[in-house]
Design a protein around this ligand. Structure first.
Ligand code: HPA
Length: 271
C-alpha cells in the first residue's frame, strides 16, 4: 500500500506546486467553500493515480489545491463512503496521501441526522467525540509502523485546540453552533426508529454515514482533526416525515454558507 500512496503523492506534488498543511473535506451539499478558494488548481479524482472515484449525487469528485485567504489548503470535493462499496482502506486512502504530502490538520464536514432534540434542521454541530457503529475499522490488518502504532489512542479524536479555536471564532463571528457526539452508521439505509432510540441511549447526538473512519486514520497518523456536522434532518422517529436525499441536499446547501464563513475563518487562524 505504501508504494501506491507514494505514487499518488508524487503525482500530486508534481502537479500542484504547493504544500498545504491543512486539508478540508467538503461533505454532502457543503461544497460552496470551494468557491472561496483562490489560486485554485483542480484535479478530478479519476485523473489521480490509485484514487477511488466517488459515485453519490451531490459529490463532485475533485481535489483542489489553493488558498483560503493567506492559508494554503487542499480541499476534497466529495469523499468516499463505505456504503458505496469501497473498502475501509479505500475510504481512507486520500488521508494517507495527505500525510505523505505534509498535511498536519484535517477539517471534516458532513451532513447528518439530529438525535439530540435540542437540534433542528440547519443546526451546525461541532463534533466532540464519535461512536463507531460502522461494524468495522479501517486499521484492521497488518500495521505499517511508519504510519502509526498498532493500537492508536482515541482519547482526543477531535483536537481540543482546534475545537477551542472554532468556538472562539464562532463567538466572534456571531455564528450559532451546538456541540455533540457523532455516531458513524454504515448505511446506506437510513436508521430505523428503534436504532435511533438505542443510539440516543448510547450517547449519540447525531448520526451519519461518514467521518468516523477518516477520524480514526488521521488520529492514527498523528494528524489533528476538526469536524463539523450540518444537521440536515432530525433522525428517524424524531421527525415525522420520511427521509429525502433531496431535502438533505437543500438544507446542507442553505447552512453551507454559514459553515463556509465559519470554517474559512477558523482555517485562516490556524497556526
Ligand atoms: N442518518 C444518516 N445519515 C444522514 C442522515 C440521517 O438521518 N441525514 C443525512 N445523512
Amino acid at each position: 500500500m505504501l508504494e501506491k500512496i507514494q505514487e499518488t503523492a508524487a503525482y500530486l506534488k508534481g502537479k500542484m506546486h504547493t504544500s498545504p498543511e491543512t486539508a478540508i473535506i467538503l461533505g454532502t451539499g457543503l461544497g460552496s467553500l470551494a468557491n472561496e478558494i483562490t489560486e485554485k488548481y483542480e484535479i478530478k479524482y479519476s485523473d489521480i493515480p490509485n484514487f477511488p472515484v466517488s459515485t453519490v449525487a451531490g459529490h463532485k469528485g475533485a481535489l483542489l489545491a489553493g488558498k483560503l485567504g493567506d492559508t494554503e489548503v487542499y480541499a476534497m470535493e466529495g469523499r468516499f463512503h463505505f456504503y458505496e462499496g469501497y473498502s475501509m482502506k479505500e475510504v481512507c486512502y486520500p488521508f494517507y496521501v495527505f500525510k505523505l504530502l505534509g498535511v498536519e490538520k484535517v477539517v471534516l464536514t458532513n451532513a447528518c441526522g439530529g438525535i439530540n432534540r435540542e437540534f433542528a434542521p440547519g443546526t451546525l454541530m461541532l463534533i466532540t467525540d464519535f461512536i463507531n457503529m460502522m461494524g468495522t475499522n479501517p486499521l484492521i490488518g497488518p500495521n505499517d509502523e511508519r504510519f502509526g502504532p498498532r493500537f492508536p489512542d482515541m482519547t482526543e479524536p477531535y483536537s481540543l485546540e482546534l475545537r477551542n479555536l472554532a468556538k472562539q471564532t464562532a463567538d466572534e463571528l456571531g455564528i450559532a453552533y451546538k456541540e455533540g457526539v457523532y455516531m458513524g452508521f454504515m448505511g446506506p439505509c437510513y436508521e430505523t426508529a428503534a436504532e435511533i432510540r438505542a443510539f440516543a441511549g448510547m450517547g449519540a447526538d447525531a448520526v451519519g454515514m461518514s467521518t468516523v473512519p477518516e477520524t480514526m486514520v488521521c488520529n492514527y497518523m498523528g494528524m489533528k482533526v476538526l469536524a463539523v456536522s450540518c444537521i440536515t434532518n432530525m433522525a428517524t422517529g424524531i421527525q415525522t416525515v420520511k427521509h429525502s436525499h433531496a431535502r438533505v441536499l437543500e438544507i446542507a446547501n442553505q447552512a453551507g454558507d454559514t459553515l463556509c464563513r465559519w470554517l474559512g475563518a477558523v482555517i485562516q487562524r490556524m497556526e
